[in-house]
Design a protein around this ligand. Structure first.
Ligand code: KG4
Ligand code: ZN
Length: 342
């Protein structure tokens, strides 16, 4: 018998994503982003995001079905991001998923957004190794997770205590006059810069901090250090060397991310690291993670950039995994939980 056809809905932030999978095979991944509507505010505006999800939901759903060559009545189960994320944005996806579940008489699976970022890698690299260490770095989260079973057993080992890594990229990009979202621009500009030209601080890496925050991150001190450095340079009347600042800032972020991820994997006796979330698209992070992990005999898996950022495919594949592992569907009064723990 065919594996079930699962439709996934993602609306936790500014991407309306509809994915359709059969098992680990991706049939459609339609994404409508409201990122341009937020650009002039320099960050995601919740109210704007919710309205954009409402407008994009039906056309994106239609596009995904067309891409997959299916009609909605072919779908066997519906998965939706139930949290964490922006409350109003999540509600749009959850309401749509419930409507589909009722109309199609198919089971509903509310899933965790972070677990979905982990699960998506299966579309590219096959079944996840058990256990694996996941590092999720995006505009909303920066976490190290031990994953024993992506549907039931994901244990947080550490997280940011202030800004998320992507948030730091976006804020520093803004300081440097680069467009929002800033991560890809810093990545590009940094290639022309010298990463050792400026020595920016590495958050939570002092011996004392490591005692309490071994696997936690902090990026707000780094962001402030960059702001001070740029201000001082402007005050002196000299031009700001944008490429050098971008490269040195990026190095400070990826140095800490890779060091802590590898330390966490080694201390848990785990041989596979998976990197997900929008910042996983960063070229320097990918390179340094591979290089440092290889030196310790640890493998690194990173999904292709389009699967690292928020999308519906990640929700669909986690839903598919829930079906395959016989997990109990969610009730129809499934709430959206903006601060859902992993
Ligand atoms: O996962 P994502 O699409 O959305 C959430 O925040 O959940 O991640 C978006 C974040 C933004 O902060 C963006 O600047 C960052 O990922 N990003 C990058 C790169 N591409 C996207 N950061 C660094 N380097 C990149 N190449
Ligand atoms: Zn995300």
């Amino acid at each position: 018998m065919n594996e079930p056809l699962v439709l996934g809905i993602e609306t936790s932030c500014d991407e309306t994503g509809i994915g359709i999978v059969r098992g680990h095979t991706l049939l459609a991944d339609a994404v409508a982003s409201s990122v341009e509507e937020h650009a002039r505010f320099g960050g995601v505006v919740p109210e704007v995001a919710s309205r954009a999800h409402l407008e994009a939901m039906v056309p994106t759903l239609q596009r995904a079905c067309d891409d997959a060559g299916i009609v909605l009545s072919d779908v066997d189960a519906i998965a939706v991001t139930a949290g964490p994320g922006l409350a109003g944005a999540l509600l749009v996806g959850v309401a749509a998923a419930k409507s589909l579940s009722i109309a199609l008489e198919k089971p509903l699976y509310g899933v965790n957004h972070l677990a979905a970022h982990v699960a998506v890698d299966q579309l590219e690299h096959g079944a996840l190794p058990d256990p694996c260490l996941a590092m999720l770095v995006s505009g909303g989260h920066s976490s190290l997770l031990r994953v024993d079973d992506v549907t039931t057993s994901v244990t947080p080992l550490g997280a940011t205590i202030d800004d998320a890594a992507g948030e730091a990229f976006d804020k520093v990009a803004r300081l440097l006059g680069l467009p929002f979202p800033g991560g890809p621009h810093i990545d590009r500009v940094a290639r022309e810069g010298n990463s050792v030209a400026i020595d920016f601080p590495r958050g939570l890496t002092s011996r004392k901090d490591l005692e309490r925050h071994r696997f936690d991150f902090s990026f707000s001190g780094l962001k402030t250090a960059v702001a001070r450095w740029v201000e001082a340079r402007e005050a002196s009347g000299e031009p700001v060397p944008v490429a050098d600042v971008a490269a040195a800032f990026q190095e400070a972020v990826v140095d800490v991310l890779t060091r802590k991820a590898i330390d966490a994997a080694a201390s848990e006796g785990i041989e596979d690291i998976l990197i997900g979330g929008g910042v996983a698209a960063n070229s320097r992070l990918r390179f340094l993670a591979e290089e440092r992990a290889a030196a310790k005999g640890i493998r690194v898996r990173v999904p292709r950039p389009g699967l690292c950022t928020d999308n519906g495919a990640m929700v669909a594949v986690l839903g598919s995994e829930m079906v395959a592992r016989g997990r109990v569907p969610s009730p129809l009064d499934l709430p959206a939980d903006s601060s859902m723990p992993v």
